[in-house]
Design a binder for this molecule. Structure first.
Ligand code: ZN
Length: 326
């Protein structure tokens, strides 16, 4: 899958690695505890391999099955419920996502993440361990050019987190299924991040999972990441916010906007540092956020599956596939 048109793409992707100047953005809120969770089985039993044959056709936006994303929203928010980063419910959610990735044929790795105690959106939370769930195509060389798509799996303690961020994880899983046996322009690594939500007021008090992931990279792996998309609150509204982390010219941002045009997905360009892409940008890699439309149930017990619109999950997922395709 990767040996193909990598050269052409690599040249293009190099152009991605830029950045602008500084700007402001509020960090996203913290995470805390939550209810215990049930552990439902994956809705489908895919037969994909995450190892497309050379003759596999290129992925297309229409390959996105939004029902897969919506089913994940119902499971994570409707059955597991609140899942702050160090809670047993978070562990159950991570187990479930890991099984989904494995069933699609990916190599799955779980990276432990130490998280401090603090105040998560008004709720005291203890220090503990969270984790990232990382799915790679079989045999991926992390020092070879690749793309990354991520979504945080944790919630604040008081919210079941349908929109924030079962929506992002749902699209991540739908993308994982769509590309498992189809060609993409570069190999794709998929990550469910732990502990994105804040445990304090500063920029150092959130994004623990993505920060730990980036910190684990050597220089070659940093150079190999040709683009990162963070899917964070992607199931509300009818236009997809596309956020660049720094103001000024940003080739990575432009590439995502171009993919949206190819996919016919309406977008709203904006500036955003409030998600895991920010840690990649701080690490010198190209990162962009999809999502962030305001909604009334934000970080509340009302953030339930009914808040999420499957049509918006579909828009977001089609945009991601267009970005991965070329
Ligand atoms: Zn979020």
């Amino acid at each position: 899958m990767y040996e193909r048109a990598r050269l052409v793409v690599a040249a293009l992707a190099l152009a991605l690695a830029a950045m602008g100047c500084s700007d402001t953005e509020r960090p996203s809120p913290p995470a805390a505890s939550g209810p215990e969770a049930s552990n439902a089985e994956p809705p489908s039993a895919p037969t994909a391999t995450a190892e497309p044959t050379p003759q596999a056709r290129a992925v297309r936006p229409a390959d996105l099955d939004a029902a897969v994303a919506m089913a994940a929203v119902r499971h994570l928010a409707g059955e597991i419920g609140p899942r702050h980063a160090t809670s047993p419910a978070y562990r159950a959610a991570a187990d479930w996502v890991a099984r989904r990735f494995s069933s699609l044929g990916y190599d799955v790795r779980r990276q432990p993440v130490a998280v401090p105690g603090g105040d998560s959106w008004g709720v005291p939370v203890d220090a503990g361990r969270s984790e990232n769930v990382i799915a790679s195509p079989n045999g991926l060389d992390p020092a070879a050019p690749h793309l990354l798509v991520g979504a945080h799996l944790d919630t604040v303690p008081q919210a079941p987190g349908a929109e924030d961020n079962a929506s992002g994880v749902g699209v991540l899983l739908a993308v994982a299924e769509a590309i498992a046996d189809r060609r993409t322009r570069l190999p794709v690594v998929l990550v469910a991040f732990g502990a994105e939500e804040p445990r304090g007021p500063t920029d150092a008090d959130h994004h623990y999972g993505s920060r730990a992931y980036v910190a684990s990279f050597g220089p070659a792996q940093r150079r190999a990441v040709r683009g990162m998309l963070s899917l964070d609150r992607v199931g509300v509204g009818s236009v997809v916010p596309v956020g660049q982390a720094r103001s000024g010219p940003d080739p990575a941002h432009r590439a995502v906007l171009a993919a949206a045009r190819r996919a016919g997905v309406p977008v709203r360009p904006d500036l955003n540092r409030s998600s895991d892409h920010w840690q990649f940008v701080l690490g010198g890699m190209p990162g962009v956020r999809l999502g962030s439309t305001p909604y009334a149930a934000y970080h509340s017990p009302d953030d339930v599956p009914a808040v999420v619109d499957q049509a918006q999950l579909a828009r977001t997922g089609r945009l991601v596939l267009a970005w991965l395709a070329r």
